[in-house]
Ligand binder design. Structure first.
Ligand SMILES: Nc1ncnc2c1ncn2[C@@H]1O[C@H](COP(=O)(O)OP(=O)(O)OP(=O)(O)O)[C@@H](O)[C@H]1O
Ligand SMILES: C[C@@](O)(CCO)CC(=O)[O-]
Ligand SMILES: [Mg+2]
Length: 397
């Protein structure tokens, strides 16, 4: 079976409010970034499946005959996403050589790829292909790199399999899929997230799929179309962490101290709802300093709550302290424990203040950049529409 060549991309995300609480059924507000993960899929005749993941130094190849032995017995229709197939996950862990649940970066990415590949193609003939994924996002730093990876895999493999049609019409540089196809992409991406993460809420893969700003509550996704333009500074503390470990840590704490932790989750829920209300007011009345004062206070309160949940880190305390000396307010974004934080910039924040803040943060050993938000969700690209520097990397393999 020969599959068509294709390019897809999906954005990373920042969570304004609601990380961790969203796993426990509370509201989260999240927004896509203009930093993307790109995937190239090429049909080959080598009788093998190759995956090249240069961001994590992983280059693997398997013979189709080896993979055929792993095909799940109960492969259903790819249009229907079931619960994670525990038997396939067990077989894949054994195949990949994961022992004692040791899920390092490479193992998790490999498991997610093989799981989606075998589930999507398992009921027919396995195709020979090469998949290369490269991302502008830092890996494992809170900006939804795992979700952008899973969304790209899911879109590319479903499209290569013909379960969803190509989004791209001839001569179009880039195109998005219809709502029904996006829902399928999102649900297969969620399976990838389950493998990488353990217990994802689904907010990250929803942003990777739809882009823009979303309100997410218990799997229900509401796009927020009227939002003010926010200026955000992103800081990567470069402290490595694993979302899976942090999500499990919060769950343990809630189980241990339910009467203490549940009010914290309720408070985070109220913060997300208050923030949504202020953002919506900012689109229908003149924006005032008071709007920004409230947004800043909500950021401070939420950052304290995240510390209470046990997902803070001294590097994130440093970020908050350094930015506050310039009158700017920050919180962690994503799973915390290190990784990235966001700092809200006010419209009147002068570029000299931004520059000195960035310098001070860089002096702490952090990466720091002002970013635009609201990048489009998953897209199919023509080769000509992929940025030259990205295409050059993808074509290297
Ligand atoms: N570009 C990539 N190439 C290969 N694997 C990737 C890539 N990006 C992410 N991954 C996989 O996702 C894992 C990181 O996921 P994790 O959920 O811990 O971090 P994150 O998604 O960046 O942060 P958060 O979930 O807090 O937003 C990596 O260990 C790797 O397995
Ligand atoms: C920590 C968390 O809330 C956000 C990670 O970006 C996990 C999730 O929602 O799946
Ligand atoms: Mg993740």
């Amino acid at each position: 079976m020969q599959v068509p060549d294709l390019f897809v991309s999906a954005p990373g995300k920042a969570i304004l409010h609601g990380e961790h609480a969203v796993v426990h059924g509370k509201v989260a507000l999240a927004v896509s970034l203009n930093l993307r993960t790109y995937l190239s899929l090429k049909g080959t005749t080598a009788g093998s499946v190759c995956i090249n993941l240069p961001n994590i130094d992983t280059f693997l190849s398997w013979d189709l005959c080896e993979l055929k032995r792993l095909i799940p017995y109960s492969c259903g229709k790819t249009e229907e996403v079931k619960r994670l197939d525990a038997e396939l996950v067990r077989k894949l862990r054994e195949f990949v050589g994961v022992t004692n649940g040791n899920l390092d970066t490479c193992n998790m990415a490999t498991l997610a790829f093989l799981y989606i590949y075998l589930s999507v193609f398992g009921s027919g003939e396995l195709p020979s292909l090469t998949v290369t994924v490269w991302s502008e996002l830092p890996t494992g730093a809170g900006l939804g790199s795992s979700a952008a990876y899973s969304v790209c895999l899911s879109a590319a493999l479903l499209c290569a399999n013909g379960t969803i049609p190509a989004a791209l019409k001839e001569w179009e540089p880039a195109a998005r899929w219809c709502q029904e196809d996006l829902e399928l992409i999102n649900s297969w991406a969620f399976q990838g997230e389950m493998i990488i993460h353990g217990n994802p809420s689904g907010v990250d893969n929803a942003v990777g799929t739809w882009g823009g700003m979303l309100r997410f509550l218990a799997g229900k996704i509401i796009p927020l179309s009227r939002v003010p333009l926010l200026r955000i500074l992103l800081t990567n503390t470069k402290v490595p962490r694993s979302t899976k470990v942090l999500v499990a840590r919060v769950k343990d704490k809630i189980n241990k101290f339910p009467s203490i932790m549940n009010p914290v989750l309720d408070s985070v829920d109220a913060i997300s709802c208050n923030c949504e209300k202020v953002l919506s007011e900012m689109t229908c009345e003149p924006i005032t300093g008071e709007h920004y004062n409230i947004l800043e206070e909500l950021i401070d309160i939420n950052q304290h709550h995240l510390n209470v949940m046990g997902v803070g880190h001294t590097s994130l305390d440093t970020l908050c302290r350094v930015t506050l000396t310039k009158g700017l307010h920050s919180k962690l974004t994503g799973a915390g424990g290190g990784g990235c934080g966001i700092t809200l910039l006010r419209p009147e924040t002068e570029s000299s203040v931004v520059q000195t803040t960035v310098k001070d943060l860089k002096d702490c050993g952090f990466d720091c950049w002002e970013t635009s938000i609201g990048g489009p969700g998953v897209q199919q690209h023509s080769a000509a529409s992929v940025k030259e520097e990205v295409l050059e990397i993808l074509k290297r393999y």
